[in-house]
Structures are given as structure tokens and as C-alpha cells.
Write a protein that binds this ligand. Sequence first.
Ligand SMILES: [Mg+2]
Length: 291
Amino acid sequence: MGKYKKYRAIFFDWDGTAVRSRKAPVGEAVEKMKPLLRQGVKLVIVSGTTIENIAGGKIEEYFTEQELDNLYLGLGRGAYNYAFQEGKACIFYDMLPDIECLEKIHRICFEIHVDLKKQYGFDTDIVFSRPNYCKIDLMPNSFRGENLFLQENELEILKESLCRHEIVGGLNGLIELAVNTGREFGMEVKPTCDAKYLEVGISSKSDNVDVIFQKIRKETGIRAEECAFWGDEFVGIEEGIFGSDSFMVTELTRDGDFFDVSEVPGKRPDGVIKVGGSVERFLMFLQEQYL
Ligand SMILES: [Mg+2]
């Protein structure tokens, strides 16, 4: 195709963009990444998950020390930023809440859960075990199985469910509830929503891309225009609410090029190009970037 310009840095989501699922083999992604890393292209994996869930926690074993010099990981929705030193993953900047702060996030989420139950009879489950945020499961009876990314019919199912429970503000209402509940506890939370989960924490993928982009900029003088950003969850779930990958669009990165491999219909943030084609399309792009 050859329709893409050559980029000096490529930021990309992992699950659903570079690999089909968390347990899927990583061989193909690795094979496409290696030549680019050797060529000096900066590759940045930006994922909501933690390092144990990227290539079974063994990402460094797939690359040489020299290749790893150009690889970065922005993980845990803003919490962890890794570069590699002598072939080992090192956190160079973290945004982990301290124990009091984390406790407050737990209380805020429990409050949201109780509110939704009391006011609307709306059931939720909460995943408390993340180091820096909680996941409020808005569809406790629907399972994603191994495929942790947004499923095509989930939006419809959730919207229907919110309607049935007369939650008039819809997802915007939920985000607002999270922000307001946070304020009651004296905290500015950054809630995100991908249909199944309302996630509440103090950082997001925006913090990952900003921190890593600034590090690379400092070291190489790179500009946002020289960066590409790929994901599978940009789609707007509702007016003004976009998917988790839309958080890669920030003040600092907005001049970059943004691509969505998902086919899900709906609004994307301004400037995000829907290329579709799922994981295969992204891997083909990587291959085409190799000179
Ligand atoms: Mg994804």
C-alpha cells in the first residue's frame, strides 16, 4: 500500500491492536517490531495492563539489548513508564497513588456502586486489585473471556441496560457521577469508560504518552508530527466520551497521526483515521515502515 509516511516513533495499544488477545502468541508482532527497533524507530507499547500481561511478562526475552534501547512501555493506565537498561525493564517514571490515595479510590468506587444500586437498581461488580485504579464492571453478567478488548455488540447491550434502568445521563451520567463522587472525597479522578468497565483512577493513557513522548523528545528532538498512534478503542461510546485509546490524543501529541484498527461504527475523536483491519492491519503497517 505504501500510503503511510515514515514515522520516527510509533505508539500503540497492545491487546486488540498488536495481538489478538492477551494469551495469543506474540511471535508475529515481535517479528514486525524487531527490524524497526534495529533501524532506530522508537516503539512504545501503551496499554492499560501491567507488565506481566505483555508477552507473558517476558517481553525483553524476545529482543536483543540493542533493540530494547528503542522500546518503551507505558502501562497501567498512566501508572508505569518503562525504558530498558542493559536489556532489563526499568520504570523511569511512575504515577502510583500512595496507600491513602488508593484507599480513597476504593471508597469512591464503592460509593458509586452503592449509588447505582440504590437509585437505579443497577448492579455492578468492582475489581479492587489494581495498583492504581478500580474497574467497575457495568455488565457483570457478560463475559469477554480471553478477548479483553471492546466487543462489537457491547455498546448496544450497555446502552439498552442503562435505558432499562432509567439512568438518563447514560455513560456521561456515569462519568459525571464518578467525578462528583471523587470530589466528595476531595479527589480529582480521571474516569474512563469502555462499555463494560467504568475505570476510576488518577491517571490515564494520556499520562503514559506524555511522559514517554517528552523523554524521547528530550533525547532525540522528535516532534509530534513524526509520531504515529495506533489503537482499537477510539470510538465514542456517547457524545463526548471516547474509548481508552483516545487518551493518547493530548495537548502534546495532537499533531501526530492517529489510526484506529477497529471496525466498530461510531464517532472518533477529531483527526483519528479509521483504517479498520484489526491486528493484521497494524502489523502490515509496521512491516511497511521498515525501509
Ligand atoms: Mg485494545
